[in-house]
Design a protein around this ligand. Structure first.
Ligand code: FEO
Length: 621
């Protein structure tokens, strides 16, 4: 039975997952499976983007047939000829004999090599910057040699801003029901597998990856559709940033990746002692026993960390076999720009240190530390100095950002005057959301711009607000910028009552409003602009949630000055009535005027109207 995913209005994922494969490409373990992605576009012409591995062929063809829903397949675009994406191509030709093949000359040649078929008459040849149109959608092709084979093409779809990236931006791991990277906790659950995938599959070809990143740099990429792993539609820049680091062999983290080969545990013992001493100095370490850890994991870690420590016993007058394999593998993946140290062991003739140094010394821009620890069988008394010298040498090359010396008692006694917070020059906004067909809004003073490329803002919203829950559930909001022409009634209406109890957009609303392109309300009285946000991230900060959002609409309504917090206090909020204050004994909220009767205001008191804390109350009477 088919299992497809809708990606956009007319683009579908028709790939499949393989969780039974033991070794991807016969080399890399994939304990969490792998996905083979194929995409099908239903335009005036139907276009399939790549096929899949033979292991998942039957489901793939059911998927294609289901999405085509009786239509013929007009085109198949081949971005990459490696059989994990092309093994089912021949069967595709048999099932859809009228299909035209969009590819480059090298792909055409590889089709002949793999399938003994000359498709010259059936091919639409596109080179670098070649163009293709399927009806409403226009594509530009980019050659991406060696990412991961020499024939690789990527294509950019102009109308929706989609980059079909071939192997690039993929990851190991089956999709498990999700299709977009933002549907899972990618950093926690998949980033290690993405790094292992990149470094092992194309790590060697950093220069070529940099070239394709430069080629697509000016494109407005709104979505990335790779051949493995998730489709990217949010936080694309952060994943691109990882690719820039990996392609330029720039460490992601300062720390020491320790890989050791130890037959009877003595070399491991020294690796442990060094790791422990580095940790004592606040230096992050990770440790791998090369005899039991797949090389692909250690290679990924070597790309991640700034410092590498290789510890190996001598074996048949050479390096221990699994360490030797690892180092040659690492050299083949072109690792660069690292600081490297060694520990060697040999009961009668330790040679592994010199030999390991020879392999790594041939790589680009490696800083080799001289303080090798040399063991004869086991660490002997007196050799602590050798370990200290090696740890000192590593420590010296770690950038230090020493914190200033702090007098804790003085800091604990430091004054926090709540009036200081009113000196912030931020503005005030009506924050609106919509859920279940109902508009709601509240007042916030916590909207700021984060970045301009892309246009991104953040808002912090008190969890007690009904608007908070609506935004959390729908991922959409508007902010209306209050101007100096705003009146107290607006603040009272949106700030001093809750949408859980009243409909703030009923006939009693004291302002006029309209609806923006996203369908949400924005205020047109006492405001000078509005902005629509689509949430891309949420962070929990106890009483508040910080929402990070892409700006989807931004409109200036007039040139009235924006209201500031200070202006609100000086000109909008009514002054306390002296006579009344004399007669009352208690506490008044400086923000909204709520009166709390009583001598003592509880320290954890929250204003029931505007949700401000006890610090914002002042004593009266
Ligand atoms: Fe996923 Fe290079 O094949």
């Amino acid at each position: 039975m088919y299992c497809t995913k809708k990606i956009t209005e007319d683009l579908y994922w028709v790939g499949a997952n393989d969780r039974r494969l033991a070794m991807f490409e016969g080399v890399y373990s994939v304990p969490r499976g792998v996905s083979y992605n194929s995409y099908l576009l239903l335009d005036e012409k139907t276009v399939l983007f790549d096929t899949v591995d033979k292991a998942v062929g039957p489901l793939f063809f059911e998927n294609v047939e289901h999405v085509l829903n009786g239509r013929d397949l007009d085109y198949v675009v081949i971005h990459h000829m490696e059989p994990d994406h092309s093994a089912t191509f021949l069967e595709l030709l048999l099932r859809y004999p009228n299909v035209k093949v969009v590819c480059n000359q090298m792909i055409l040649m590889m089709i002949k090599q793999f399938f003994n078929k000359d498709l010259t008459d059936q091919a639409v040849i596109v080179g670098d910057k070649g163009e293709f149109c399927s009806g409403k959608h226009n594509f530009t092709f980019y050659t991406a040699p060696m990412v991961h084979w020499p024939e690789v093409l990527m294509s950019y779809e102009h109308e929706d801003g989609i980059l079909f990236s071939a192997d690039a931006f993929g990851t190991f791991g089956a999709l498990n029901g999700a299709i977009f990277a933002d549907e899972v906790d990618f950093d926690a659950e998949y980033m290690d597998e993405a790094r292992r995938y990149y470094t092992n599959i194309v790590g060697k070809y950093g220069e070529q990856v940099q070239m394709i990143l430069k080629k697509v740099h000016g494109l407005e990429i709104k979505m990335i559709c790779p051949l493995h792993g998730f489709v990217w539609r949010r936080k694309i820049e952060s994943y691109l940033d990882k690719y820039v680091k990996w392609a330029t062999y720039t460490p992601e983290e300062t720390g020491v990746c320790i890989a050791y080969a130890s037959v009877y545990g003595h070399t491991e013992n020294v690796a442990e002692i060094i790791s422990s001493e580095l940790r004592d100095r606040g230096i992050k370490t990770v440790m791998y026993d090369v005899s039991v850890t797949p090389a692909s994991e250690i290679i990924a870690a070597c790309f991640q960390y700034s410092h590498l420590l290789f510890c190996s016993t001598t074996y048949n007058a050479g390096i221990f076999v699994s360490m030797e394999e690892l180092l040659h593998d690492l050299a083949a993946h072109n690792i660069q720009n690292r600081t490297v140290a060694f520990v060697e062991n040999g009961s009668w003739a330790p040679t592994s240190g010199r030999l390991m140094r020879e392999i790594i010394g041939g790589l680009k821009n490696m800083t080799m530390l001289n303080e090798t620890v040399s063991l004869k069988s086991a660490l002997r008394p007196g050799q602590e100095a050798d370990i200290k010298a090696l740890v000192d040498a590593i420590d010296k090359t770690i950038p230090k950002f020493e914190a200033p010396k702090v007098d804790e008692a003085k800091m604990a006694a430091a004054e926090i005057d709540s009036k200081t917070f009113q000196k912030f020059s931020y503005g005030l906004f009506v924050l609106t959301a919509q859920a279940d067909g109902r508009d709601n809004g509240c007042i916030i003073n916590t909207a700021i711009q984060l970045t301009s490329q892309p246009n991104r803002i953040s808002i912090a919203v008190n969890k007690a607000n009904h608007t908070h829950d609506m935004i959390k559930a729908t991922g959409m909001f508007n902010i209306s910028f209050l101007s100096e022409s705003a009146v107290m009634d607006t603040f009272k209406h949106f700030g001093f009552q809750t949408g859980k109890e009243v409909n703030k957009f009923d006939e009693h609303i004291p302002v006029s409003y309209a609806h923006s392109a996203n369908g949400l309300a924005y205020i047109t009285t006492g405001t000078n602009a509005y902005m629509s946000g689509k949430v891309v991230d949420m962070y929990d900060y106890g009483t508040h949630t910080l929402f990070v959002a892409d700006v989807t609409e931004a409109v200036v309504l007039n040139n009235d000055p924006s209201v500031t917090y200070a202006y609100y206090f000086a000109h909008i909020k009514p002054k306390p009535q002296a006579k009344l204050e004399e007669e009352r004994h208690g506490w008044v909220c400086k923000i909204c005027g709520y009166f709390y009767e009583g001598d003592e205001l509880p320290a954890d008191f929250i204003c029931p109207l505007c949700k401000h804390p006890a610090e914002d109350f002042e004593r009266v009477g």
